[in-house]
Design a protein around this ligand. Structure first.
Ligand code: MEV
Length: 425
């Protein structure tokens, strides 16, 4: 039976839920309960969330945590993170503290150029097209005047418009490749509006516009972050071996795609968590970062590590198109709070902070992987989660943590040990 529905968006929230239940569930009470327990009792706040998207029937929470003790360019930060993966905030906090005692993180923005393109088809003479573009270029800029006015006041705007011949890749395909400075906004709406105005002015009977859209590939909106210290200051029993294996782990990610993808996924654990917490678009960041990782034609690590003259150095270069104004940044109360917690940074400063969050996360992962293995820390978190679910008191909790110090942690094993303990009480 077809479940298509007309005019769905016009139904009330409860009518939508009823429709969902009658079509996909047997047990209407539980479904309603599950959905409604996440409704916010503050109607205004709920309405705000309802309006972010269409057909909202509930809210989907992510834990919102904070990682203190980050020192970046000599300044202290507590970094907000929205993420469900148990080890990420703990790892960030540990690594922040570790590097705060070794000079902290250094970061700098390399460039902030963003890109948008008008893609079009043209079958005529190439020289004629070039001449037409040269004649009309100034008018194309004028066509965006109303849109760029405010952005210009803030120090941004259109940097350049280029005509690019792409006909060797696709027959008759050309583009206007437009570069932008969008200062503290991510600039997606601004860029797309400019592109559409440019396309309208540019189109003629022999030019067929296919589409106008920003690019999430932003290799020239780039930030660099790094940490370094003497190998001997890395601590532990064998700093030399640690540094050597750490560097090898990065080399492996550079040599092997299967590893590189997981390596970069770990970096994105840190990046996405702060991107989400600050109301930025994590899909755009993900797409841009992975494309950048593959810029040489082979997918590689976003970080690099080296030991030279007894100095261990670990760094990241990553494109991050971020905003600290516009979009969700000031609309979502938690994004607003996150930015405040960071001292209301400029987009550039936020690029530095987020690159550091990625570098820190990668440091934590590689440190664990090349020493104790990743499962030890993960299972510890898993253990505390299970203990919490069981409702154990502090004393029993500590007993179970000690008991499992040298044992394999599984859900059943923890439940059995807890039940035995309760029996003994
Ligand atoms: C897990 O979310 C991330 C790691 O797999 C990253 C890595 O392997 O480098 C631990």
């Amino acid at each position: 039976m077809s479940k298509t529905v007309n005019g769905f968006s016009k139904l009330t929230k409860l009518e939508k839920i009823d429709w969902l239940i009658s079509n996909f569930f047997d047990d209407d009470i539980k479904v309603k309960q599950i959905l409604m327990q996440y409704w916010n009792s503050n109607n205004k706040l709920q309405e705000l969330h309802d309006d972010f998207i269409e057909n909202t029937i509930s809210n989907f929470y992510l834990p919102f945590g904070i990682a203190p003790n980050f020192v970046i360019n000599g300044k202290d930060y507590t970094i907000p993170m929205a993420i469900e993966e148990s080890s990420v905030v703990a790892a960030a906090s540990l690594v922040a503290k570790f590097w705060s005692k070794r000079g902290g993180f250094k970061a700098n923005v390399v460039a902030t150029k963003k890109v948008g393109q008008v893609h079009f088809m043209y079958e005529g003479d190439k020289v004629k097209l070039q001449n037409y573009f040269s004649e009309i270029k100034e008018d194309l800029l004028i066509a965006t005047d109303a849109i760029t006015q405010n952005m210009k006041k803030r120090g941004g705007g259109i940097l350049d418009i280029e005509l690019r011949d792409k006909t060797t890749d696709l027959a008759n395909y050309y583009q206007l490749h437009v570069t932008f400075e969008t200062v503290d906004s991510m600039g997606a709406n601004f860029i797309n509006s400019c592109l559409e105005a440019i396309a309208n002015r540019f189109e003629n009977e022999s030019i067929q516009i296919v589409m106008s859209i920003l690019s999430n590939y932003v290799p020239e909106c780039l930030v660099h972050a790094e940490v370094s210290c003497k190998v001997s200051e890395l601590g532990g029993e064998n700093s030399e071996l640690f540094a050597q294996k750490f560097v090898q782990a990065v080399q492996i990610a550079n040599a092997e795609t299967y590893r590189a993808v997981t390596h970069n996924k770990g970096i994105m654990n840190g990046i996405d968590a702060v991107v989400i917490a600050t109301g930025n678009d994590f899909r755009a960041i993900e797409a841009g970062a992975h494309a950048y990782a593959a810029k040489s034609g082979r997918y590689k690590s976003l970080t690099n590590a080296s030991v030279e003259d007894g100095i261990f150095k670990f760094r990241i270069d990553i494109p991050l198109a971020l905003g600290t104004v516009g979009g969700l940044t000031k609309l979502h109360p938690l994004s607003k709070l996150s930015l405040k917690m960071l001292g209301n940074p400029s987009a550039k400063e936020l690029m530095e902070i987020i690159a550091v969050a990625g570098l820190a996360q990668n440091f934590a992962a590689l440190r664990a992987l090349t020493t104790t293995g990743i499962q030890k820390g993960h299972m510890k978190m898993h253990l505390t989660n299970i203990i919490k679910q069981l409702g154990a008191n502090e004393e029993d909790k500590q007993y179970l943590i000690d008991y499992f110090e040298d044992k394999t942690i599984t859900h059943n094993a923890v439940v059995d040990a807890y039940n035995k303990l309760i029996g003994e009480h």
